[in-house]
Design a protein around this ligand. Sequence first.
Ligand SMILES: Cc1cc2nc3c(=O)[nH]c(=O)nc-3n(C[C@H](O)[C@H](O)[C@H](O)COP(=O)(O)OP(=O)(O)OC[C@H]3O[C@@H](n4cnc5c(N)ncnc54)[C@H](O)[C@@H]3O)c2cc1C
Length: 444
Amino acid sequence: MRVAVVGGGIAGLSAAFHLAQGGAEPVVLEGSPQVGGKLRRERLGDLTIDVGAEGMLARRPEATDLTHAVGLGDDIVAPEPIPSLVWSRGQLRALPPTIMGVPSDLGALASSGLLQRPLASHAAPVPDEDVSVAQFVADRLGREVVDRLVEPLLGGVYAGYADRLSLQAAAPVIASLGPDLLAGARQRASEPKPPGPALVGLRGGIGRLPQAVVDVGGFEVRTGATVRGIRRDGSGWELVVGPTTAATRERFDAVVMAAPAPAASRLLAEAAPRAAFALAGLDYASMVVVGFLLEGADLPSGTGFLVPPVESTQIKAATFSSRKWRWLAESAGGATVVRTSLGRVGETATLQRDDATLVDLALSDLRSIVEPAGTVGSVSATVVQRWGGGLPQYEVGHRDLVRTVTDDVATVPGLEVCGAAYEGVGIAAVVATGRAAAERTLAG
Ligand SMILES: Cc1cc2nc3c(=O)[nH]c(=O)nc-3n(C[C@H](O)[C@H](O)[C@H](O)COP(=O)(O)OP(=O)(O)OC[C@H]3O[C@@H](n4cnc5c(N)ncnc54)[C@H](O)[C@@H]3O)c2cc1C
């Protein structure tokens, strides 16, 4: 069975890997010059660093299983066990322990000085219908907890706003705390944790994973192969692939759609119109990652900091990467690597600024946040990576949107979808959707 996998991000590669293992003949059709999508490494001076995703959840097995399967298991590394900070009201403060922003240690919360008002807690049942994360938390713990704790943590994952993000799809862990959020968070924090770190990286960067999947996977990959059209053709599919000036038509027995929602929506308009219409309503946040190689830096203790949107800085987070990842500190010698990110959903203008302006904006924020407590030092190299359509926004009602897509796609023989648009934006969740799409195709 020849299967076209549209999109060579980690979802498409996971699907292709499992299709090949199951005896099918997948062909990955990737529009850009390289596979990996949001898993990508670039040069920063003499170093190579991740400029997209840099860590993956280890508390669910899918991403680490794939990493082991492609021979990179020995390179899985834990981040240094140093907590993160929050920039709030003119100070870098220790991020107290929370469950996705819901405080689990009131003593640590008080000493962080993050909240100005005393924490009022109202228990209220978890509603059956979806609501925004902000509404759910503000009704139970007050708006300040949303603004100062939930927003920076959610922003770090979705680059979106708690007022729009869905409780059920974007923060099910908060809903699972039950009607009394503080009691639920305290209880959750006291439960024994599985051994090992929750998040892991790869020596040399998570961006090594896609090429390793290709090297070991035994399937065909074509880059620069934008898919422009898809239609049912008898019992199979006909795809239009390649540059507009030299597009070719090709037949496949099945299609796994692993491209982000805007492309998936356009391509499925004829084959699965209800799915296509639903996908057209999925918004994405665009963002920029600006990396710095610094000499003589003396950074405050912590692996980096998050910034709540109420602070209205340009940077929304910074990772002190060479402190977080030992392999990077070793490669950097005495130099320091810092990664900043700019832009949230709706701030598309950020991406249109030129590289020099983005570097200036990020550096100016970095200096004003870090310098009261440390030194940024001098910049010896920079890297700028734009992510147009970087992260899908799981807004209120997202689960209904996904149900509409999957129900419609299920009626079309030989068609599956996977990727960050559906069941979670993290690498582990995305790899899982690729594997599940492969299994359904093989069972098809
Ligand atoms: C800056 C940033 C940092 C992140 N950090 C983390 C992190 O630390 N940990 C974590 O777990 N997750 C992180 N994420 C999220 C995670 O990286 C992504 O959700 C995930 O990699 C998405 O994978 P995907 O395969 O679904 O999509 P993508 O990576 O977007 O891949 C889709 C591919 O489809 C291709 N394509 C599109 N249209 C077509 C077409 N018509 N024809 C052919 N190909 C097409 C694209 O070129 C692309 O390569 C981060 C995301 C960003 C943007």
